[in-house]
Design a protein around this ligand. Structure first.
Ligand code: UD1
Length: 420
């Protein structure tokens, strides 16, 4: 086990490059199962969730070759066993993304149920119901989803609620189904669009990704292709908050500013001055003063992302004034609040809203990471705390932030990784 030690107090200054988006790379790697030849996926972030996905695909017999720049060749033609076991799925819920592709391409899939996690129950009923509507026979028992079909049939799928990986699973399955599938109330996240672009590069006919209605004309076969994953908007947002919370100035390169509109609007409300170009964003805090507290509600894209909620709780903890952060996507995503309170934050939970009265400074303390984004928020809090903050269980951070301590150090933070 390892921990991060952060010595707070310095404004961050400098520039960093953003990695490929985890939440796009995972479905794209799963979608490469649909091809009848190898795909070459580049701009893959070096993350624990990617290693888990590779282990998952490797155990199925898929051929994998990684070059020194994290371009991965995925050859699904050697697959022997369409099986995703519990020991891997329990460490990464997104493993459920192999269900749709395996079923559509190989006619069968046995995928462990992900179970609960730190931020709520997170069921996969909508993935299963959608595949059933497309003609799959699915038995959910013994902790596994066991799915069988001849060829899936296109269907009209009206999603009860907006689900990102649910939309992705069904979109992948529909690409090889017979006839047209229409997904209504589809997730509009940029990672869904990136997956659709990848599928279309393989020869699929997907239209409407990025809107709430996606139409897929099934095709008989998909080919392997070359594809570069889009930049990570959550990583981008996290480093922007790092600049704002420390009263610094950061330049974020290799990103896509239009994907962060909701986040940038809140940073401006907090007092940040933002400039951006095609693939960069610069944030400065004029006067290097404390940010102003902001209020927000998380919502599916293009609303404010739930994956940025914890980082804004950290910002509000040291901001001037009172900020209210409401979580509407997940039922229990405030585990970071307790830890921030241990650092001196004045935050009160009222149902699904965190009401925070900003304090002048936080105090360094030993804290525990509970999930991926919560752990990033504790690192941010550590950057503005007096003394040293020890963040334990950082395997959560390594699931989703490539080289976090190197990138923060490049911005001038005093942060180091040590054995716990
Ligand atoms: C994805 C992202 C995650 C992000 C989340 C919301 C990936 C790999 N992960 O997770 O980082 O926080 O979107 O933006 O892309 N739900 C059901 N039944 C289902 C599916 C979902 O009730 O079958 C509920 C969930 O419990 C949750 C809500 O729908 O309350 C949204 O979850 P969903 O969009 O599915 O999240 P993920 O796709 O797991």
């Amino acid at each position: 086990m390892e921990r991060l030690i952060i010595a707070g107090g310095d404004p961050l200054e400098g520039s960093i490059r953003i990695s490929g988006a985890k939440n796009a790379a995972l479905p794209i790697l799963a979608a490469s199962l649909l091809g009848d030849g190898p795909s070459f996926i580049s701009n893959i972030p070096h993350l624990h969730d990617i290693t888990t996905t590779m282990e998952l695909l490797g155990r199925m017999g898929v051929g994998l070759t990684v070059d020194e720049r994290m371009c991965i060749e995925v050859d699904p033609t050697t697959l022997t066993d369409p099986f995703a076991p519990y020991d891997l799925v329990k460490t990464m819920r997104a493993s459920i993304l192999v269900l749709g592709p395996l079923l559509a391409r190989f006619g069968r899939a046995d995928v462990s149920l992900p179970g609960g996690c730190a931020i709520g129950t997170r069921p996969v009923n909508l993935h299963v119901e959608g595949l059933r509507a497309m003609g799959a026979e699915i038995d959910v028992s013994g902790g596994y989803v066991r799915a069988r079909c001849k060829r899936l049939r296109g269907a009209r799928l009206i999603m009860d609620l907006v689900t990102v990986t649910g939309t992705e699973n069904l979109m992948m399955a529909a690409s090889l189904a017979e006839g047209e599938t229409v997904i209504e109330n589809a997730a509009r996240e940029p990672e869904v669009v990136d997956l659709a672009d990848y599928l279309n590069a393989m020869g699929a006919h997907v239209e409407g990704a990025g809107t709430d209605t996606i139409r897929i004309q099934g095709v008989e076969r998909l080919a392997g292709t070359h594809y570069a994953v889009l930049p990570d908007r959550v990583e981008t947002g996290t480093y922007l908050v790092a600049g704002a919370i420390t009263g610094g100035r950061v330049l974020i390169k290799d990103t896509r500013p239009p994907l962060l509109e909701a986040v940038i609007a809140k940073l401006e409300e907090a007092g940040a001055r933002i400039r951006s170009g095609d693939d960069w964003i610069e944030l400065a805090m004029p006067g290097a003063k404390r940010p102003r507290a902001v209020s927000l509600r998380t919502a599916p894209y293009p609303g404010f992302p739930t994956d940025m909620q914890a980082q804004f709780c950290a910002l509000n903890a040291v901001a001037e004034g009172v900020g209210m952060v409401s979580e509407t996507v997940f039922e229990n995503r405030f585990m970071h609040v307790n830890e921030m309170q241990r650092m001196g934050a004045d935050i009160r939970l009222e149902g699904r809203t965190a009401v925070s009265t900003g304090v002048d400074r936080l105090t360094g303390a030993p804290v525990m990471a509970t999930d991926l984004r919560a752990s990033a928020s504790l690192v941010l809090a550590g950057l503005v705390a007096d003394g040293e903050t020890y963040v334990d269980r950082i395997y959560h951070i390594d699931r989703g932030y490539e080289c976090i301590e190197e990138k923060l150090a490049q911005l001038g933070a005093r942060i180091r990784r040590v054995p716990a």
